[in-house]
Design a protein around this ligand. Structure first.
Ligand SMILES: NC(=O)c1ccc[n+]([C@@H]2O[C@H](COP(=O)([O-])OP(=O)(O)OC[C@H]3O[C@@H](n4cnc5c(N)ncnc54)[C@H](O)[C@@H]3O)[C@@H](O)[C@H]2O)c1
Ligand SMILES: O=c1ccn([C@@H]2O[C@H](COP(=O)(O)OP(=O)(O)O[C@H]3O[C@H](CO)[C@@H](O)[C@H](O)[C@H]3O)[C@@H](O)[C@H]2O)c(=O)[nH]1
Length: 436
């Protein structure tokens, strides 16, 4: 099938590449000329495990192309995916200007029956707005389908190729048939395509993200309480996660959730509630708790150094909002850097993938290190923010020779308490007792 994907960010690029991999001919359209040129030159603009090989294979075999021209990109396409940004507007609601702009542009360009698919995360009712915008100048029949995306950064290719489920919101039989054909190779494993109406599909995406953000936040609050009552949140996680009604995943306490989705989607759902005269109390709490959680180790850092942090050097391991990505959107590391700098600290950072993005965003207010060990050379303490695998089994003996003090503040609970005790570190983590 000939497919167009409009918007070649995270979701667009993964969608386009994976559908090319299943034998379709895909053209990716983006207004960012530099990005399109990069991809035409064979450079994948994001770091995502498994994507690069698949990208090159499909480009070389002629199934994956790139253009900045919408009219050229959608020529002959039976389906058009909209994978455009929906950032928070000033009031927290999702800003639909990118989607509606493209919808307006698409109308006069359609040259046959086409299925237009919202892959972006959009508030309930958006498919009707898209429908109206396209209809203004369309001369051919079309259907607008809501097909929210559930991939996680870092495992995006696997999530896309083997989805737990595919949610498709449409009431058109013609669109349903087209979507079933497109997704057939991906749902072979027995995972379902779930059909529903457009509004329910749009709501399903927000419900999933808000539920997961709430699950994490609940564990973060349990962790905060564990510290006070002398319990260990890792044991609690094992103790409740084995209950199949609760499930083992997304129960890891830490220094808050970040990324391009949870923060903005929880906020947007709260806004939708407000607009519909409903106070979604849980979401308000989730947002408030997560704000506090991101810098929850700061009081421990201040306490340890007796509120005298001016001139102290803190090494930070991890900048990306989670491992296996270079994405720093809403990353807890940025909040901790800001808090440490405000207290007069010098900050030295290391991340295997995200340092360029951080430097582009905040410049040289921190020092960028070539290795994790450079980041702690002469530092007064180490703060761990992202659980990259290489931080799990570091050379503790070497660290001891580099750190001025054997102190670790660990926002991701990477090490066992008895191990830290034996090694003689002062160790603060989340939801567990401190080791001195
Ligand atoms: N990032 C994720 O993990 C993820 C997962 C599921 C859903 N989503 C949702 O998918 C949507 C896209 O997210 P993303 O992270 O891929 O966004 P992104 O910001 O990484 O990329 C969006 C792309 O759209 C392009 N663009 C903007 N206006 C355009 C136009 N008029 N024509 C063509 N291209 C245009 C931008 O240049 C950019 O390359 C959002 O609604 C997001 O909430 C994201
Ligand atoms: O037990 C956990 C699991 C995650 N996190 C944090 O939660 C955030 C989000 O993690 P994750 O969900 O793995 O990453 P995303 O790529 O943001 O994916 C989420 O957001 C996407 C965009 O909407 C959805 O498609 C995915 O299904 C949804 O998991 C990160 O800061 C993680 O550190 C925790 O603190 N504890």
């Amino acid at each position: 099938m000939k497919i167009a994907v409009v918007g070649t960010g995270y979701v667009g690029l993964v969608t386009g590449t994976c559908f090319a991999e299943t034998g379709n001919h895909v053209t990716c359209v983006d207004i960012n000329e530099a990005k399109i040129k990069q991809m035409q030159d064979g450079i994948v603009p994001i770091y995502e495990p498994g994507l690069e090989d698949m990208f090159h294979r499909n480009v070389n075999e002629g199934r994956l192309n790139f253009t900045t021209s919408l009219s050229e990109g959608i020529e002959g396409a039976k389906v058009i995916f909209l994978a455009l940004p929906t950032p928070p507007g000033e009031d927290g609601s999702a800003d639909l200007k990118y989607i509606l702009q493209v919808a307006n542009d698409l109308g006069p360009l359609l040259a046959d029956y086409t299925v237009i698919i919202d892959k972006s995360t959009v508030p309930v009712g958006t498919s009707e707005l898209v429908q109206t915008a396209i209809a203004k100048e369309a001369k051919f029949p079309f259907d607008v389908v809501s097909n929210p995306e559930f991939l996680r950064e870092g495992v995006a290719v696997e999530d896309f190729m083997k989805p737990d489920r595919v949610v498709i919101g449409t009431q058109s039989d013609r669109a349903k048939e087209m979507m079933s054909k497109l997704y057939a190779p991906l749902v072979r494993q027995g995972n379902p395509i779930i059909f529903m109406d457009e509004r329910s599909a749009e709501m399903t995406k927000y419900a999933a993200n808000a539920f997961l953000a709430t699950k994490i936040t609940f564990m973060n609050e349990i962790a905060n309480l564990c510290e006070k009552v002398g319990a260990n949140v890792d044991d609690i996680r094992r103790g409740i996660g084995t209950d199949s009604r609760i499930g083992k995943r997304f129960l890891f306490a830490g220094i808050g959730y970040g990324g391009s989705c949870f923060p903005k989607d929880v906020q947007a759902l709260a806004k939708t509630s407000e607009e519909n005269d409903y106070q979604f109390h849980i979401l308000d709490s989730v947002m408030r708790v997560n704000e506090l959680q991101k810098t929850k180790l700061m009081p421990y850092i201040q306490g340890h150094f007796k509120n005298d942090l001016a001139g102290k050097t803190i090494g930070i391991w991890g900048l990306a909002f989670k491992p296996y990505t270079d994405d720093i959107r809403e990353a807890p590391a940025l909040y901790n850097i800001e808090a440490l700098l405000a207290l007069g600290c010098k900050v030295r950072v290391y991340d295997p993938e995200a340092m360029k993005n951080v430097q582009d965003q905040i410049g040289d207010v921190v020092e960028y290190s070539k290795t994790p060990y450079d980041a702690i050379d002469g530092a007064d303490a180490l703060l761990i923010v992202t659980e990259w695998p290489q931080f799990r089994t570091p050379d503790f003996e070497r660290m001891e020779t580099l750190l001025k003090n054997k102190v670790i503040f660990d926002g991701r609970n990477l090490y066992e308490l008895p191990q830290m005790q034996e090694l003689g570190y002062t160790y603060y983590s989340v939801g567990r007792q401190s080791v001195n």
